[in-house]
Design a protein. Sequence first.
Length: 262
Amino acid sequence: MAEKTGTGPSSDFRELAKSFGGVAAEYDRARPSYPQELFDALERLAGRGLKGARVLDVGAGTGISTRLLAGRGADVLAVEPSAGMAGQFLAASPGLDLVRGSGDELPFHDGSADFVTYAQAFHWTTPEKSVPEAVRVLRPGGALALWWNVKDSGVAWVRALGERLHAALPTTYHGYGAVNEVTSHLAPYDLRTEHTRLRWERRVTVDHVITDLTSRSYLAALTPEQRAPLLAVEREALLAEFPDGTVVEPYVLDLTVAITPS
């Protein structure tokens, strides 16, 4: 989770969120997907399958998670506040539906969903609003599912990348080290909470990693002129670590599932 926790995103944090619209194509092309083991774990912890379930995928972005949920047979509806991201979603996800909106004020009736999911997105909400909103729209026994794909900082080159970015962008760079703090936001709502952690990896080119970095809020918010030297440093470091140009990216995937009383 981003370092901002408190009562909701600060004004600076909200400005970072707005940067995604301008890099929506890069986001869709280069951000990591999710392994099928994630959805196996989600079904296990929720105690029900995704097939035929009504799922609201909030902060859906360009549809990376939405498409996978649909592939599991879910009746899924994407919710996305950004016009740029929504446009890329519609271009990349034919046949899937999207509603403009945010988790802080879900445009849905009470008790209308079996799952509310946030893939890499819950930290952009105000938990004091988004959690009760999720509880409101969930049916009895429904599940709020929050997950984050995070590069494994236990690996030396990943840790070094984070250290360089933090040194270059001390006020805007954020990691996801506090994802488990989300449970404190769930506690007041009589939810049964489950958590698991998965590990996986992907093999991509150096160019792919650079494109992924371009889509990160702390770099997307910069001008191209500001961004270029930082990306050049990262390209050089990646090529030194992976001279054949193929990067092995290790991920830790944190999943929290909160179930409403049935």
